[in-house]
Design a protein around this ligand. Sequence first.
Ligand code: DX5
Ligand code: ZN
Length: 235
Amino acid sequence: MKPTLIAPSVISADFGYLRADLARAEQGGADMLHVDIMDGHFVPNISFGPAIAKTIRSHTKLPLDVHLMLTKPRKFITSFAEAGATNITIHIECEDTILTAINEIHDFDCKVGLSVKPKTPLSAVAEHLGRIDRLLIMTVEPGFGGQKFMPDMMAKVREAVAIRQQNNYKFDIEVDGGLDKYSIWDAVRAGAEVIVAGTAVFGQADVGKAIQELRDNAKEALAYLNPPQAGGAPS
Ligand code: DX5
Ligand code: ZN
C-alpha cells in the first residue's frame, strides 16, 4: 500500500509571506502543492492566474497540482503548463470538450486530473477514467477554503476504488475540501490517496507539525485498512 500524499493548498497561505509559507510546506514534508485557480464564474470566487503559478514554481521544487475551477479551462492549459504545472485538473462540469482538453494537457507532458463536484455522480466521468492520471473528488462545493468536509462523499471514493479495480485503471484518487486531522481518517479509509488540505496546513501556526499530524493519521488509517497478517513481519 502506497503512503498517502499530502498536498497543502496554497490558497490558504499568507500571500504577503508566500515564499516563506512555501518553504515551510516543503521543509515540513509536503508531497506536492495544490494550486487552486478560480475564475469567478465556474465558482463564486476569484483566486489568481498563471503569473502567480509561475512565481510559486520558482520558489519550490515540489510538484504543482493545479486545480482549474474554470468554465473554459482549455483557454488556460498552455499558460499553466508553461508556468510549470505537474498536473492539471479540469472539472467534468466545465463547458469545454473534455477529451480535447485531456489530450491537450497530455501533449504538454503534464498529468491529467478530472474533478467532480459533490452533486456530480461518477457516471459523468466514466468514459474518461481510462485516460486520466488523477480523479479529484470534491468534498466541499468548490469556491472557498475553510468549509466543512462532506462525509457523504466517501461513498463516491469507495465507488471510484471499485471501478478502478474492475477496469484496471491507473488514476489516483484525490479529495479536496475540509480535510483535517479528523476527516483524513474517513478519506483514507474510503480509499483516498492524495489529500488536499488548506486551512489544516497553512491555517496552523506550525505548518510542518500540521503536515506531520496529517501524515501520522493517514498512516494509522492505512494500517487499520491493512492490518498486519498473523505471523507476518510487523510493519
Ligand atoms: C475549494 C478548493 C480547495 C480548498 C481547500 O474550492 O478547491 O482546495 O481551498 O481548503 P480547505 O482545506 O480549507 O477546505
Ligand atoms: Zn482545489
